[in-house]
Write a new protein. Structure first.
Lengths: 533, 314
């Protein structure tokens, strides 16, 4: 049987290489099991198809079509120049060894494909194999950089179509690295997707606007990718404090710029705007537990996001540096990351080999701090307040990529009745990505949101539905998907909304701290309001 | 002419070790990279079973790290011997790949035992009398024939997969096919040798004893009795030279993929040896050309990270 698309097709023809056909996809569990009743994938607008380079039924990066052959040639040469730098010890010391090992040692056995939720949920469309984009990169590298024989490494033509499609294809991967986990050799196709994004950004200046222009650039310029400057964020937090005080019945005040505090807490600023109950819950819990903590109003220090982790080592380092500088200025003992998986991974782990000297300030997950609060007994929890079905989503960055697995479960056992909690299958370090990983959760240009609902987020939605199959699937029986990560929460919100799963199946979502405050015995009941926002 | 198999074997052994060593040095000398670990990390003493890490500890930097070598061995030994990751994640391919790899291990084991036998003879032929000699007498043909049978079955299975499985076909190059056919031909010659002219492995053991002791004596017998073993030795020698030159050297890459990347969770503690290396790396000039970087090959990492272009500040 011929695959719908083959590697050499990347350099041929015009327009999309594949189409997503609902009939190829596996139906979801009840009550969403009728594939014909699913919302159809919105087609790409004519304007987008005309103006931007297409790979499939959507556009993620919005790469404008070059106006001339000369421009195409210039861009292809720029790509090649970036590719050379990728293999240069000075330009890419950051990832050279992992890159080369993955590029040289893949046996192309496709074991990783079965681990990839996007490939599986696409109806096993070859374009979305973790190996497909890697193989294109590998062939270009061996043919055009190493000048090796196509007999050994396979053939591909390098032209603007190949380059633009490869960049788009690098944005069809969640970078969840589940594929790498299954690889018998240790090849990391997720890393290779990120390295392609790096060539595009660091050499060609091409990146998804949501990540670069409106993401890391805005953050280093204004302070947050939300656009909030320090005055606005303080204003918003003041409002959140008032709201939290009212909801809990206990006066809550968030400290700002407190020099010498033990903890600098950094939230994903998206929480402040979209889920204010999350920073409010943190403030309640930290105050009630008597912790010495503060927020910082310094540039970027009130927004933990670091989108560079998905596409650009320089932007990544710039943001990590700003976070560390703010902590140094306040002379805090440690930085604690709020409920944001990629921020955890970025600042605690990846930045570990960038921050030195007095910028190497200890960094810790909020999961362990919250676990410490539970263990200290300083806050009494009444589990009966959380008497509803709860399942837990494991954010890839925090769990598979950092090994923080047990603390959040210990917390849930302390605040949720044992019989009400159920794990997803699989869970822990073998979890599936929410579908919003690698920046997708904030990328909704053209019809990309539809693509992520139909493909990248479908496996997680399937897992959530499966986890609650023993419950009546209606709104009268509300269920809670505990999601201790801001980006994952955004994606899960979007997919619940897309399938109308709150109205049809009573599926609701929220963070971990909201569950904790909802069970805090000293507060007014009902912190979780079960209202769709 | 009788010396050709000996010379080819010597050349192969030397070439194999030089190339393998060169590859090890290549990977080991690569610059330190940013952390990119993937859990479970096998050396996490009490947490590896569920994939946990030391980052689950509050103020982990103030606590001693528990790194378990036994934890790594518990994963690595079954992985090397039985290809556990492949069995768990791709059982269909494992049915073909496992016999192929295990066959190689048995052939290697057989070769080493023949080498041991050669060393024993060179010390004193009496060493090969009694239990040890009997063990070698039976173990060498069992390992050799078992290894060749498994290797041939595995290679045929893998070749069949490469040629017929649509999931693999598009990713299969001419070299992938050549590699498997090459193995099949060499293993086929070896199998024919031991089935037809050297059923008790006495000729090949004699050869190995001479190889180890440096006596390049002609193999006993004439005609096909010596030609087939000679072809087998020369073919095996070619294979030994060829393997590390190709992506089949993944046995080296795999070590680094696991120990330098997947399981490399070494924290950069203030004043530690990692910090010194990082400071050196941060001083290196870079040349990324995008407008938000504008590195010119003179600015180093620190310069570029701390100087945000004016247009991005507006």
């Amino acid at each position: 049987m011929k695959n719908p698309v083959e590697i050499e097709d990347m350099s041929k023809g015009e327009g999309p290489l594949v189409h997503i056909r609902p009939e190829d996809q596996i139906p979801l569990p009840p009550p969403f099991d009728k594939i014909e009743e699913e919302p159809p994938l919105k087609p790409l607008s004519e304007g987008a198809a005309k103006n931007y380079e297409c790979l499939d039924d959507t556009v993620a990066v919005s790469i404008p079509k070059p106006e001339s052959k000369e421009e195409e040639e210039r861009l292809v040469n720029l790509f090649l120049s970036g590719l050379r730098k990728l293999f240069n010890e000075k330009d890419n010391w950051t990832f050279l060894q992992p890159l080369l090992i993955s590029l040289e040692h893949c046996a192309k056995c496709q074991t990783c494909s079965d681990g990839c939720p996007i490939f599986e949920e696409s109806g096993r469309n070859s374009l979305y194999r973790p190996t497909f984009r890697s193989e294109v990169l590998r062939r270009i590298y061996f043919k055009y950089i190493k000048k090796s024989s196509k007999w050994v490494h396979g053939d591909i033509d390098l032209n603007w179509k190949t380059v633009s499609r490869l960049i788009e294809l690098a944005y069809r991967c969640n970078l969840c690295r589940r594929c790498a986990q299954t690889c018998p050799i240790g090849v990391d196709n997720g890393l290779l997707a990120r390295e392609i994004r790096k060539i595009a950004s660091q050499e060609m200046g091409i990146a998804a606007d949501e990540l670069h222009k409106n993401g890391s650039v805005l953050q280093t310029k204004v302070g947050s990718s939300t656009g909030m400057n320090s005055l606005v964020v303080k204003d918003n937090i003041e409002f959140i404090d008032e709201d939290t005080s009212e909801k809990t019945g206990i006066q809550v005040e968030t400290p700002w710029d407190k020099e010498g505090a033990d903890i600098l807490l950094i939230h994903n600023a998206g929480e402040i705007l979209a889920w204010p109950e999350n920073p409010g819950a943190f403030a309640y819990l930290f105050n009630a537990a008597g912790l010495s903590w503060t927020l910082s109003s310094d540039l970027a220090a009130y927004d933990a996001i670091n989108y560079g982790v998905w596409y650009d080592d320089i932007q990544f380092s710039r943001v990590a540096l700003l976070h560390a500088q703010a902590a140094k200025k306040l002379k805090v003992k440690k930085i604690v990351l709020g409920e944001c998986g990629h921020a955890h991974k970025a600042l605690i782990v990846i930045a570990d080999k960038v921050l030195t000297g007095d910028l190497n300030i200890p960094r810790e997950s909020s999961m362990t701090v919250l676990q410490g609060i539970v263990r200290s007994g300083r806050i009494k929890f009444d589990k009966s307040r959380n008497d509803f079905p709860v399942t837990l989503h494991d954010p890839c960055n925090m769990v598979r990529l950092m090994g923080i697995v047990a603390p959040q479960r210990e917390i849930i056992r302390a605040v949720v009745p044992g019989e009400r909690f159920r794990e997803m299958t699989p869970h822990g370090v073998h979890n599936y990505c929410c579908g919003g990983g690698s920046g997708f959760a904030i990328m909704s240009g053209h019809n990309f949101a539809d693509w992520r609902h139909h493909l990248s987020g479908r496996r997680k939605f399937r897992q959530i539905l499966d986890a609650f199959q023993d419950e009546p699937m209606d709104k009268d029986h509300p269920k809670y998907v505990c999601t201790p990560c801001s980006n994952c929460k955004g994606q899960i919100r979007d997919i619940i909304k897309y399938y109308d799963a709150w109205e049809k199946a009573g599926i609701y979502y929220g963070g971990l701290v909201e569950l904790m405050v909802n069970a805090a015995a000293d507060t007014k009941p009902g912190y979780i309001d079960w209202e769709w926002h | 002419m009788v010396q050709i198999p000996y010379l080819s074997a010597y050349i192969a052994i030397v070439a194999f070790f030089i190339v393998v060593l060169a590859r090890i040095v290549k990977w080991a000398r690569m610059p330190m990279h940013l952390r990119w670990e993937l859990y479970p990390v096998a050396h996490e003493a009490r947490k590896a079973d569920y994939g946990g890490s030391y980052l689950e500890e509050s103020e982990w930097w103030n606590k001693p790290r528990e790194v378990s070598l036994w934890g790594e061995l518990k994963v690595m030994i079954p992985e090397i011997l039985f290809l556990v990751a492949l069995r768990e994640n791709n059982p269909r391919l494992w049915l073909r790949s496992f016999p192929f790899h295990f066959g190689l291990y048995l052939i290697t084991g057989c070769t080493l035992l023949m080498g041991v036998s050669g060393i024993a003879v060179s010390v004193s032929s009496s060493l090969l009398e009694g239990g040890f000699g009997a063990f070698l007498h039976y173990a060498i043909p069992i390992l050799g024939t078992g290894g060749l049978c498994l290797g041939i079955i595995g290679a045929i299975g893998l070749l069949h997969q490469r040629l017929t499985n649509p999931d693999l076909k598009d990713f299969t190059t001419h070299a992938d096919i050549f590699n498997l056919v090459f193995f099949l031909i060499i293993f086929g010659f070896a199998f024919a040798t031991f089935a037809l002219v050297d059923t008790d492995y006495s000729k090949i053991t004699f050869f190995m004893q001479n190889l180890v002791t440096g006596n390049m004596l002609p193999l006993p017998g004439t005609g096909i009795d010596t030609i087939l073993p000679a072809i087998t030795v020369c073919g095996m020698s070619l294979l030994i030279i060829y393997i590390p030159l190709t992506h089949m050297s993944h046995f080296i890459g795999k070590y680094f993929a696991y120990h330098s990347i997947r399981w490399n969770d070494n924290p950069n503690l203030p004043g530690g040896k990692e910090e010194e290396k990082i400071n050196e790396l941060l001083k290196q000039p870079i040349s990324w050309a995008a407008l938000h970087i504008k590195a010119d090959g003179r600015k180093n990492w620190v310069d570029v990270v701390t100087e945000i272009p004016k247009e991005d500040q507006k």
